[in-house]
Design a binder for this molecule. Sequence first.
Ligand SMILES: Cc1cc2nc3c(=O)[nH]c(=O)nc-3n(C[C@H](O)[C@H](O)[C@H](O)COP(=O)(O)OP(=O)(O)OC[C@H]3O[C@@H](n4cnc5c(N)ncnc54)[C@H](O)[C@@H]3O)c2cc1C
Length: 410
Amino acid sequence: MERTTCLIAGGGPAGMFLGLMLARAGIEVTVLEKHGDFLRDFRGDTVHPTTLDLIDALGLREDFAKLPQRRLNDVQIPIGGRMVQLATLARIPGRHKYIAMVPQWDLLDLLARAGDVEPSFRLRMNTEAVGLVHQAGRVVGVRYRAKDGTEGEIRAELTVACDGRASVLRAAAGLGVRNWPTPFDAWWFRIPRHDTDPAGLIPVVSADRVVVMFDRGDYWQSATLIAKGSDAELRGSQPVGVIMRDLAEVVPWLADRTEALRSWDEVKLLDVKLDRLDRWYTDGLLCIGDAAHAMSPVGGVGINLAVQDAVAAARILGPKLLSHSVTTADLARVQRQRILPTAVIQGMQRIAHARVIRPAVSGKLPVSNATETPLALRIFRRIPVIRSLPVFLVARGVIPERVPDFARRA
Ligand SMILES: Cc1cc2nc3c(=O)[nH]c(=O)nc-3n(C[C@H](O)[C@H](O)[C@H](O)COP(=O)(O)OP(=O)(O)OC[C@H]3O[C@@H](n4cnc5c(N)ncnc54)[C@H](O)[C@@H]3O)c2cc1C
């Protein structure tokens, strides 16, 4: 039987940041990641100013600067064929006045390399946590299955579930979960990008569709929102070319790319969820990130929230793990620290689902096709506090967490 002090299931943003920070304190950490690499297209790419601050504090600024990246300084939307600035990050406080768009696999690789130099850090790829190990009613580790078929148990003083929105560990723990039905799923696909295209993040909202385009340099990673559960019917009833032809109606500079999608195989379905555990912990187990609160893609905030959970967990639990004295009350402190930002952001996402996305995916959004900027948008852009608050919340979060001294290398 293998042993570690902190077992982290899931090598996404929450798991990798937490693993690195705890290892920097000298705590024995094992991170299990079920895939063999981090190369998966569906991961969001947004690295927010608070995460950029964290990267700086961890002493990784120079390595991060070498990753391929684009900077998102403002958000523009197409109206009447032209691009209108919706919001800018120029006025948010702090050093980083932009969101970095970095392929997430590059960021996770960087964290894996930083972890590699810490003697107490172990990352086991191709290893899936398949269940919890209990002893006297307490979680004392996980059972795992490796890709080569090996199965085993790893015992730990603390297990942290960072295994995302389909978390097997939170299900195994039987923690109560509150679900909010989401009105949409997402089609995820690539569109070639030309140097003459606008840069950054482009949300496209029209009467009957919402599309978000992420600038990845030579292509746009794009998400078209569709009504929940409508994927099979839509695929069966129309050619794939409809996606780009519809998009080009609202974004005229895409008219030369209407043939960009050739097969439905290029369009991946992402099942969108929004939920939150009532209690994020049980004796010996803590859930953070999407495992505690699955986030909708609205606002592109799920990664930031997951990373901020990891910072809070490292700061609160690091000293306790070092002295081998973590209690259930300590795990409750992590939830108390993070529940407000999570509830506020999920509340904003629910409002956006009800007010914008549900009407849009059912073709009922009252959007004018006029070339004039709509009145509501003109008011939004003119009143500084209304214009700045959503940007501030998206960019910096509700409670930016303080990086623990033991993890700092700046
Ligand atoms: C369509 C869509 C687009 C999105 N776009 C954005 C965006 O642009 N920006 C943004 O901030 N947020 C976005 N989000 C939300 C964001 O993806 C999540 O909130 C965020 O990734 C949560 O991070 P995490 O580390 O908690 O979990 P995840 O990123 O889901 O990472 C979980 C990790 O655990 C691994 N894993 C899973 N099960 C196991 C297991 N049993 N054993 C071992 N390993 C396991 C997985 O392979 C994965 O590496 C989007 C969500 C959706 C659905």
